[in-house]
Design a protein around this ligand. Structure first.
Ligand SMILES: CC(=O)SCCNC(=O)CCNC(=O)[C@H](O)C(C)(C)COP(=O)(O)OP(=O)(O)OC[C@H]1O[C@@H](n2cnc3c(N)ncnc32)[C@H](O)[C@@H]1OP(=O)(O)O
Length: 399
């Protein structure tokens, strides 16, 4: 491990941290113009810097809330902006940043941290696990003929970018968070959306669905076409709805946009199945999915107690290599969670706990892969039932 220190950065050091992060992603530094937006993405007091003779690594987080199985919401630190200068990598700098950051998140009383990972090999060691998975698909517009029984849907209205920037935060907040893993979007999140929309090479369009009670869903998209005669792709950037009427209304709208050959969506819920709307079920092709939200239980007892369960109790023995206070045995049951000295049913790391926590993976699947050690194999069935969720977990918020 090299000689370095980690500390919280002052606001006047934020731009250097953002530019360092961008350089680790091979992206050009901010300009004075783009910095005006980027600086609003940083929650004061939440950006860490690692220094030897100068700034060599950074990581930051912002406060949000995540929806849990059962519908409760809990505090989560959205971790982002993680990077180490390429001439200082593989010397433990990220390890120092992660340890400091997780200790700080736990000390703030946040039960969870969460992130989107640039690579799949980095974050398990710090106790993060893949807690939501997503689906990508493409729709062949010409084959996507709606079945006659598809509900009509309401009116759809376009919002200009300025109107969207003003009104989307409240609309997003008003829509129900029906899936475990969905996150609130605090003021630190929206400037990133604005930057993306303003820097995009094709217009970013917001179409809002109006139901009987007013706006109840929206789709954000852009259409990309390389040359005039090339096929055009409508990329769905965001699609959030409160009702199935809003959903079918917005599908009718995007399928009706002219000069489009293909509709493409990525990072969508596993149970979002537009093919059910079409006369030809093969109008939709899977383009692959993958890991979406990586979750970290920063306060294991508080996190375990915050979600709902069904079935019979299970005793977990959790090992946390970073926040040792979390290690121990927990009796998890629908009527509550408590620390215990009882013999464990299952032994698992805190990263595997994150993988089962929102229901994305069954404990028996992780046990089959050696990621969970059942003390008694029959306990796996109980654990599968206890952690199961009726709808697949999905986050839908990129950060
Ligand atoms: C939430 C987000 O912001 S995701 C974005 C993450 N950032 C990036 O991908 C930018 C490009 N990459 C980087 O900046 C750096 O390589 C980082 C931040 C991923 C890793 O930083 P480092 O300081 O090199 O990590 P550190 O030395 O602490 O590594 C800890 C362990 O993880 C391993 N590791 C870290 N990164 C990687 C990687 N990309 N691939 C494989 N192994 C890795 C190290 O080998 C080490 O293993 P060990 O404990 O067995 O020796």
């Amino acid at each position: 491990m090299s000689d370095y220190t980690v500390r919280t950065l002052r606001p006047d050091e934020h731009r250097a941290a953002v530019d360092l992060f961008r350089s680790t992603l091979h992206v050009v530094p901010t300009t004075d113009e783009t910095w005006k937006l980027s600086e609003r993405m940083l929650q004061p007091g939440r950006t860490l810097g690692a220094f030897d003779t100068e700034l060599i690594g950074t990581a930051r987080s912002f406060d949000a809330e995540v929806t849990l199985p059962g519908g409760a919401r809990a505090g989560v630190a959205g971790v982002t902006g993680v990077g180490v200068r390429p001439d200082r990598t593989r010397r433990g700098i990220l390890t120092g940043l992660m340890r400091t950051q997780l200790a700080d998140i736990a000390a703030r009383g946040l039960p969870f941290a969460a992130l989107r990972a640039s690579e799949g090999v980095i974050y398990n060691r710090f106790g993060y696990g893949v807690a939501t998975r997503s689906r990508g698909y493409e729709i062949d517009r010409r084959r996507a003929v709606l079945r006659p029984d598809v509900p009509a849907g309401g009116q759809v209205e376009l919002w200009s970018l300025d109107t969207a920037l003003e009104r989307l935060p409240a609309l997003y907040e008003s829509l129900p968070h029906t899936r475990p893993g969905m996150m609130t979007r605090p003021p630190y999140w929206w400037p990133g959306w604005e930057r993306h929309a303003r820097e995009a090479t094709s217009p970013v369009v917001t179409a809002v669905h109006h139901g009987a009670q007013g706006p109840d869903g929206y789709v954000v998209y852009s259409v990309e076409r390389k040359h005039w005669n090339d096929p055009a792709v409508l990329n769905i950037i965001s699609l959030q709805t409160a009702t199935s009427e809003a959903s079918t209304g917005l599908w009718r709208y995007v399928l009706g946009v002219d000069l489009v050959d293909t509709l493409r969506a990525e990072e969508r819920p596993l149970d979002e199945l537009p093919e059910l709307l079409f006369t030809d079920i093969r109008a939709v092709k899977d383009t692959g999915g993958g890991d979406e939200l990586w979750l970290r239980l920063a306060d294991v007892p508080a996190a375990l107690a915050a979600r709902s369960y069904a079935g019979e109790p299970v005793v977990l023995e959790v090992a946390d290599p970073v926040l040792d206070g979390n290690s121990g045995r927990y009796r998890v049951a629908p009527d509550g969670v408590e620390r215990t000295e009882e013999t464990p049913d299952l032994r698992l790391g805190v990263d595997a706990l994150a993988m089962i926590y929102l229901g994305a993976w069954r404990p028996s699947q992780l046990a089959a892969a050696g990621r969970i050690q059942p003390v008694a194999p029959s306990s796996l069935e109980r654990a599968d039932r206890l952690f199961a969720t009726p709808v697949p977990a999905w986050c839908g918020t990129h950060f």
